[in-house]
Design a protein around this ligand. Structure first.
Ligand SMILES: [Zn+2]
Length: 282
């Protein structure tokens, strides 16, 4: 083996072993197999001022909201990208990485589940980031978790095929990488981009969707027994039910009712972030 050959071989800096790979793709395959949970922030990252991050967060929320359309054809998978520096990306999502690929130089975060709503509310500093209100209870939102009937379907599904890392029924996948292209003279231009991939859901009534019931059209109104029922009959955590009822009462401008549930939530957990946020708005 010549000296140039050894120079162009690739070595994994994470396990620091002597083993080398003849191509970057080989090293990437090794990372995919052995280090798909690696999330150490690299040393070359520098701090970005808070007001710059704030601006990018606003851009992200604006672009997300743009894709929460009211037309039925816009339900399902959505993808968009924004330009963003590596430093800014790490400034916003660094604590929430699910994977940093050292050899690829890219980052991944995946958010799903009910807790993800609160987590991303803190990240974006915006409590309405995931939902767009079209009036009369009609909503479009980023689907981060399954409703009751989907959950059952999903368990059936899980027994049939092995679970893929990101199957797009729900969740928000955020990825940063350098994107670019070269011309015939091998002139290359490139820049950092964040890509967002998520699922949009729509319903006349989010509470009914959550319970796995079809929305019942324009004239359907949810009565209070339905709401009481939610708290008692659903096999979900009590605070999830309360949170939904708070949101619902807010949409319907029933602030007094919302306050009652906010108080219940605070009795369960005195520093409940969701409750404190809504109490400030009520
Ligand atoms: Zn390694």
């Amino acid at each position: 083996m010549s000296a140039t050959d050894t120079l162009t071989r690739f070595r994994c800096s994470i396990c620091n072993s002597k083993k080398t790979y003849k191509s970057k793709a080989g090293l990437q395959r090794h990372e995919n197999l052995k280090h798909s949970n690696y999330k150490e922030i690299p040393a070359h990252i520098s701090l970005v001022p808070e007001y710059e991050l704030r601006h990018i967060k606003n851009v992200i929320v604006k672009e997300l909201q743009k894709r929460l359309k009211n037309h039925y054809s816009k339900v399902g998978k959505q993808v968009f990208s924004i330009h963003c520096s590596e430093n800014s990306f790490v400034g916003i999502f660094g604590q929430y990485l699910t994977w940093y690929s050292v050899c690829g130089g890219w980052y991944q975060c995946f958010f799903d589940g009910e807790e993800a709503i609160d987590q991303l509310t803190e990240i974006f500093e915006d409590s309405q980031w995931e939902e767009r209100n079209y009036g009369n209870g009609q909503l479009s939102w980023v689907k981060l978790y399954e409703n009751e009937s989907d959950k059952i379907k999903e368990t059936d599904h899980a027994t049939l095929e092995p679970k893929k890392k990101f199957h797009f029924e729900k969740g928000l996948l955020i990825e940063w990488r350098i994107k670019g292209f070269s011309d015939k003279a091998e002139y290359r231009c490139e820049g950092g981009e964040i890509m967002f991939k998520f699922v949009v859901n729509q319903a006349k009534d989010r509470l009914l969707w959550y319970r796995g019931k079809p929305s019942q059209g324009k004239n359907y109104t949810v009565d209070l027994t339905d709401l009481e029922d939610l708290e008692n009959s659903l096999k979900i955590k009590q605070d999830s039910a309360l949170k939904f009822r708070v949101k619902f009462n807010f949409i319907m401008a029933r602030y007094k009712e919302a306050i009652i549930d906010i108080t219940k939530l605070l009795n369960i957990e005195s520093n409940n972030k969701f409750a404190l946020r809504y109490r400030a708005e009520a």
